[in-house]
Ligand binder design. Structure first.
Ligand code: C2O
Length: 534
């Protein structure tokens, strides 16, 4: 009901994974944290109590937060952190979206263990556009570090080098038997023959784009990022950090145990090689525990699987939820995404790795930008973020000799209700990963995608403006581009960043400020009384 407050206590708990135990930041003592169930149009009041020694905020990833940017959560963008011993009530309505999203800490690297699912059920008069599943299950894919995650990032920030990679991947918090530790911590999902199940798959990993697959079963994708898609069947799901994917699983065997696996997409020798695979099991109800498990054959060609999956995802189910793609564009923006090297006296070899959008490495402020904007206080940011790169650019060329970026807290201003087209062009310089770009406060339409340099004369002709998929996180493909469109119909300060946490840390982020409209329904609500102070 409307005035029920959910209590979420952020507390330390000793957690054991891959044969070692560490004090871990958890929510209500659980890892992953508790699922939030809501129905579309519900108002949620969530009291976050900070009982740990870190500053903290929580972000409701993918929730549009219409007029409630105060509850969005990114530290120093939409709020000051909740200090140790303090609390804050996040208050927002989930509207105009239904499906799976997730919540996570949005400060430092705390989201490694501070995360959980948000399930938004559709309103009763508009049921699922697919037959009702027998049962629903949340499947959270994550990463686990044996050492303290904040220490890992602190060390990296000071040395200027990439942080340690994680020690294991997890499915619902459990890695399954891995070579470094033989204990059997594995998630098991029981099914009945002939029934259908809805799997709500969330990629909560910090830095890894992941494949997900179940031996002997195809999956039918029906929804991504809390928006329906035209259903399609696939053997393998590909999901980037920040993305959610709902699939229907048909339990079409009679018995048996089948492996569920998640493994990283990146196997390029250019980055630290990472071949850890997490496993779980799908078990038919009549099967005895000791029976052998059907395994999954290894991936052969990661790139072609990825491409096929992305091609299948081009359109959404437009019957009940027609796409409202902006046709006339007010702001045509072109952002290039790159990594660079900036001087740093105390760092290894005198440089530290940075990341940038249009060559601007975002510097985190020490006050809340939303506050500064709302109160018209100057000094916290400038609104001169370049809508276009400052220099000509060719991704196929050799990296420029000067990889230096400019640093600043620059925002881009959008008038309320203006329409935006944004081309996200990756340069492929220094890093071969795709960049899962996440926009707060909006869903956007993914109207086009391609390899190489975006060609403004040719590529827009092939845009899908009829039924493009709607998302909150999309890969700027390595050495390629993606085109998105959205309407800036939500006042506030909205973060846009790479959901690979290491890239966010390096500065791959910026924010839009959407001006208040004129009418009371078009403006940001006033700040809550308990809004934390910096
Ligand atoms: Cu899920 Cu700003 O992030």
């Amino acid at each position: 009901t409307e005035d029920m407050i959910l209590d979420r206590k952020v507390m330390m708990r000793n957690i054991t994974r891959v044969c070692s135990t560490k004090p871990t930041v958890t929510v209500n003592g659980k890892f992953p944290g508790p699922t939030i169930y809501a129905r579309e149009d519900d108002t949620l009041l969530i009291k976050v109590v900070n009982q740990v020694h870190y500053n903290l905020t929580v972000h409701w990833h993918g929730v549009k937060q219409i007029r409630t940017c105060w509850s969005d959560g990114p530290a120093y963008i939409a709020q000051c952190p909740i200090q140790p011993g303090k609390s804050y009530v996040y208050n927002f309505t989930v509207t105009d979206q239904r499906g799976t999203l997730f919540w996570h800490a949005h400060i430092l690297w705390l989201r490694a263990t501070v995360h959980g699912a948000i399930v938004i059920l559709p309103t009763l008069d508009l049921p699922y556009p697919f037959s009702k599943p027998q049962k629903e299950v949340v499947i959270i894919l994550g990463e686990w570090w044996k050492s303290d995650v904040e220490a890992v990032i602190d060390e990296a920030t000071q040395s200027g080098l990439p942080p340690n990679i994680s020690d294991a991947h997890t499915i619902n918090g459990l890695p399954g038997p891995v070579s470094t530790c033989l204990s059997q911590e594995r998630f098991n999902f029981l099914v009945e023959p002939g029934k259908k199940y809805l799997l709500r798959i969330i990629n909560a990993a910090l830095n890894e784009e992941l494949f997900f697959k179940i031996a002997g079963h195809n999956l039918t994708v029906v929804e991504v990022d809390a928006a329906y898609v035209k259903p399609f069947e696939t053997e393998t799901i590909l999901t980037a950090p920040g993305q959610t994917t709902n699939v229907i699983l048909s339990a079409n065997h009679k018995s048996g145990k089948y492996l569920m696996v998640t493994s990283p997409y990146m196997d390029s020798p250019l980055i630290l090689v990472n071949n850890k695979t997490a496993t779980a099991t799908l078990q038919y109800i009549s099967t005895n525990v000791s029976s052998t498990t059907f395994t999954v054959p290894p991936h052969r060609n990661a790139t072609s699987i990825a491409r096929k999956f992305m091609d299948s995802l081009r359109s959404l189910n437009s019957k009940k939820y027609p796409a409202k793609v902006p046709m006339k564009i007010d702001h045509s923006l072109f952002f290039i995404i790159s990594l660079g090297l900036n001087p740093c006296a105390s760092c290894y070899k005198g440089f530290r790795i940075v990341a940038a959008i249009n060559n601007v490495t975002f510097v985190m402020p020490s006050v809340s930008l939303l506050n500064a904007h709302f109160n018209n206080r100057s000094g916290a940011f400038t609104d001169d973020f370049p809508g276009f790169p400052q220099y000509a650019f060719d991704y196929t060329g050799i990296p420029p000799e000067n990889l230096r970026t400019m640093e600043g807290t620059k925002l881009y201003r959008l008038e309320y209700n203006s329409s935006v087209q944004l081309i996200l062009q990756d340069t492929g310089l220094l890093s071969p990963e795709n960049h899962p770009m996440h926009l707060h406060g909006f869903n956007f339409f993914v109207v086009g995608r391609g390899k190489g340099n975006f060609n403004p004369k040719v590529d827009p002709k092939n845009f899908n403006l009829v039924d493009p998929v709607e998302r909150n996180t999309i890969n700027a493909p390595s050495g390629g581009w993606v085109a998105i469109r959205f309407r800036a119909n939500n006042p506030g300060v909205w973060f846009l960043h790479c959901h690979l946490e290491v890239h966010t840390t390096w500065g791959l982020k910026m924010a839009f400020v959407v001006d208040n409209g004129n009418g009371p329904n078009e403006s940001l609500l006033p700040p809550p009384n308990d809004l934390p102070k910096c």
